[in-house]
Design a protein around this ligand. Structure first.
Ligand code: F6R
Length: 363
């Protein structure tokens, strides 16, 4: 039941601290990930992994895009990420030592399942499914699995399933790195342990986000910007807004702005930007100046230490500091809440958006 919440989506957003904790439960040792969490065959498979292909649809695909930044940076493994409906009709080249990874909340998405079956006819070293439904087709048909433990997700717009996929993908990243005898990251492990509490602090900003959302209710378009691993978070923010508020939204890596989308920016265009305190911050700040110079309305979700101050044309929501590696996960939360509140203001059917189904079991 929805309990005290007005919609399942809101309940599921607020469940994230708890389900993130569940996703970590029993899977960490003092300083590293317990590779056995992926099953007894995982260690041998990860040792042989020289590349990773990640396949998924929709929100799950966005989680895969984040994982590319993580696996390449922290495990030194090249990664390709693709939507299942494209992958299954290509002729993919599979280099030696490639692990196939599918991501799916339901484990029944037709294209993702077909992609796995197709991959089995190719030269992969094995398949891993990251999934929220035990016993689903994807889980049954993959060599190894990791459950995301988000619990049932009723709202059609995926929220807690996405953030627990990110947790699972960070566990994968650290496990592959460790199995290959590369770095261990005790700092990221420590940050993972504090993540539920940090998420709780972000959710406490709900009222402020609700106030921000008023600026969107009358808009027809919105632009989301991010850089690095926050580009997929911008994509996810735009998808959530489209799905439940029916506002047309697009996401760009901030560096692409001047290569086209800047032409859309005027005083009617809200531009939402995620600005964690990472090494791309200075570049992002100059991208934001480009928006201001065209009269765009800026909404910045920023790390408390960033020093972007609210001004007449910039509204800033400050987020607690978190380890850079986990910032994409944390910055997802305010974007979920923003879409939610915009949809409520617009009076749409938040849990059952028009034309969409929770599980897409047809092609
Ligand atoms: C968006 C959303 C969809 C799903 C997609 C894949 O909020 O939920 O984009 O992510 O249909 O579904 P799963 O993860 O079940 O394969």
């Amino acid at each position: 039941s929805k309990g005290e919440y007005r919609h399942y989506m809101l309940k599921e957003i607020f469940e994230q601290p708890k389900v993130i904790e569940a996703a970590l439960e029993g899977r960490l040792s003092a300083n590293s990930v317990l590779v056995e969490s992926f099953g007894p065959d995982a260690q041998a498979l990860f040792q042989r992994t020289r590349q990773v292909h990640i396949i998924a649809c929709g929100t799950s695909y966005h989680a895969g895009l984040v994982a590319r930044y993580w696996l390449e940076r922290y495990a030194g493994v090249p990664v390709q990420v693709e939507v299942a409906s494209e992958y299954r009709y290509r002729h993919p080249v599979v280099p030696e030592g490639t692990l196939f990874v599918s991501l799916s909340q339901s484990g029944e998405t037709a294209d993702t399942l077909a992609a796995l079956r197709f991959a089995k006819t190719l030269d992969y070293i094995g398949s891993l499914a990251i999934c929220n439904v035990p016993g689903s087709s994807l889980v049954r048909e993959s060599d190894i699995t990791l459950m995301t433990r988000a619990g049932p997700e009723i709202g059609v717009a995926s929220t807690k399933a996405f953030t627990t996929q990110l947790v699972a993908l960070m566990l994968l990243t650290l496990s592959v790195s460790k199995a290959k005898g590369q770095a261990e990251y005790p700092d990221i492990i420590a940050a993972l342990r504090t993540l539920p509490e940090v998420c709780q602090r972000v959710l406490a900003l709900d009222r402020q986000i609700e106030i921000l959302s008023q600026a969107f209710a009358e808009k027809h378009h919105a632009l989301f910007l991010g850089r690095g691993a926050h580009y997929p978070i911008a994509l996810e923010g735009a998808l959530k807004l489209k799905e439940i508020s029916y506002i047309h939204a697009e996401a760009y890596p901030a560096g692409e702005l001047k290569h086209g989308p800047l032409a859309l920016v005027d005083s009617e265009m809200p531009v939402i930007s995620v600005a964690p305190n990472d090494d791309l911050l200075e570049k992002l700040k100059s991208n934001l100046q480009e928006v201001r110079a065209r009269g765009g309305q800026l909404f910045v979700f920023a790390d408390e230490s960033v020093g972007i101050n609210a001004q007449e044309d910039i509204r800033v929501l400050t987020l607690p500091h978190v380890h850079e590696a986990l910032a994409p996960l944390l910055y997802t939360l305010p974007l979920q809440l923003l879409s939610y509140h915009v949809a409520v203001l617009k009076g749409t059917d938040v849990d059952q958006p028009r034309n969409l189904a929770k599980s897409v079991t047809v092609e």
